[in-house]
Design a protein around this ligand. Sequence first.
Ligand code: ATP
Length: 235
Amino acid sequence: MAEPILSLRGLKAGYGDFQALFGIDLDLAEGEVLALIGANGAGKSTLLRAVTGLVRCQRQMVLFRGDGIGGERPDLIARRGIAMVPEGRRLFRSLSVEENLVIGGERAPNGEWTLERIYSLFPILMEKRLNPGTALSGGQQQMVAIGRALMANPRILLFDEISLGLAPVVIKDIYAAFPAIVATGVSVVLVEQDVARALAVAGRFVCLQEGRVSLAGRPDEHDRAAITAAYFGAA
Ligand code: ATP
């Protein structure tokens, strides 16, 4: 791998006395889609929160293009070009769809992603652009959350539970946008409870189990039984 855009080196993190991650090593290449899978509580969200500065860790445990950024302030990490589409979408309730998108782009006004491009990616948002973010279906809210993150023109995009609670037809629409997103060269970490779907779009995966990497590789390198065992642990 050329110099990875993101590396985790022995990442340990937790909440107060509770340790959730026990020394995670992981590299993300430029332009790669990496699926991060694992059962509930395995530590996937904690890993994303450590990368975005929402959970504390030591500086050298998270490297962005070789620079230690662990424990940096979330706004500074965002400014480096790391954006997250959070679980539960977290739109600004009092703002319209368009205002939510514009806020995402405030720090990167001249990048590749513009309002027009977001609307061509998700045409329904054009129709709903003046609606409050909360007057949307869950799937449409997820599209706004993705659009808001893209408007920051990130180099790394982290998706936390991209399809959780959404109807299958909407999930299909959201995944249909994936190739256009990846084509911009952004590097992606995808946390997804639907493992088959995640493995279908990812070039590589990392499976966590109780805060440790239990398996990693290309989806076609491991059979389903090995992935299931890594996911759930030995019976
Ligand atoms: P899920 O799919 O349920 O979100 P996950 O793999 O993302 O699972 P995390 O949310 O990272 O897992 O949780 C890892 C561990 O940390 C779990 O044991 C969880 O209970 C604990 N945890 C998560 N958030 C907190 C918090 N704010 N305070 C204390 N413990 C937490």
